[in-house]
Design a protein around this ligand. Sequence first.
Ligand SMILES: *Cc1c(COP(=O)(O)O)cnc(C)c1O
Length: 431
Amino acid sequence: MHHFVYCKGVLNAEDVPLPEIARDVGTPFYCYSSATLTRHYLVFREALKGLDATICFAMKANSNLAVLRTLADLGAGCDVVSGGEFEVALRAGMPAAKIVFSGVGKTEEEIRLAISRGVGQINVESAAELDTISRIASSLGRTVRIALRVNPDVAAGGHDKISTGRKEDKFGIDWSQVPDLYRKARTLPGVAATAIAVHIGSQITTLAPFEAAFTKVRDLTLQLRAEGFTIDHLDLGGGLGVPYDHLSNTQPPSPAEYGDMVRRVLGGLGCKLAFEPGRVIVGNAGVMVAKVIVMKDSPTKKFVVIDAAMNDLVRPAMYGARHEILPVVEPPMSPGAQPVDVVGPICETSDRFAQDCRLPPLKAGDLIAFMTAGAYGSAMSSTYNSRPLIPEVLVQGARYAVVRRRPSIAEMLALEQLPSWLADEQDAKTG
Ligand SMILES: *Cc1c(COP(=O)(O)O)cnc(C)c1O
């Protein structure tokens, strides 16, 4: 459920017509709905009722400060995967104790930053990293809770590129090495190895792989406890999928079904649980709005060329993802719409959002909305082709605010300079 619906024939974000925002900020832009974000967070929280659970939003899905603040105000923590994300999370108002630091290659600087600022937990990805964390924490006079991120060898994830829990993936610690590493961790200063973490992939649309992984985590918990270890925190990662394309029939399990399964598999252990949902919280809380530049016909194809491109929303080019596309102004019922390809202006064939897609008749200047673009949309964008990052707008009821503005070319260039041997007097004056 989301709050992007037609009202008097015009697609609204909550109570704001999208064309109004387009007039104000120009296209393309991302638009997020506070009510949808809030709803998703509360639905997820409700699904976990009865469990001692913290929701640590996976901010790599959407790192906008206003989105994070909205979730922080609801009580969310954060799952971060870089020092930069850690700093942004703190700036957004996330308490450090509710921040989990994940990621397969944390630098010493990042680890030091996180520990010195009081990070809640670090998820360890290798034996060598365990030593590094112990050394840094000891030198700071701290003890940090760690989880070994275990690799349960479970195949899951909506696409090969986002499956992370198989033996051959780079993530997590191989199952066979896990008990020994806990034994070792117990002897190290500066770390409290009282947690287990698992994250098996993203855009997972059935419960079976989660259940397989969580069952292994339960067995491991019991095994380690039998050896005298304290295991009182389990971090179950994220990965619950969302429905993307109204044409395909994949309906992922609901948070409630997911929660029931967690209660069944892990409820009796008396552990504090952490969850790291990203996509399921922000996915359909955001849309990307673009404008048709030109309609281009060839003998074999009709192309809708728009002003958004793969640098703004890379999921179709990168994962073959399909986003539902809606015309912002609802067309009159028009039977027999011709199939079109919706493409961006970048010189790459992969700069294509949809292939042979049936859309109502469009013309230059029309607005279209890419649905379910709130996760891994803006967060993965780039400035390829010297295209400025597109603005982000947050709506709440009848009001909206630009929460990240579009930079000017001058601002983008401010980071660059010519070396002395290439600069001429003109550059010296203007640069
Ligand atoms: C990407 C990631 C998540 C979030 O995944 P979603 O599919 O967006 O829920 C959670 N935890 C870790 C460690 C991740 O890498």
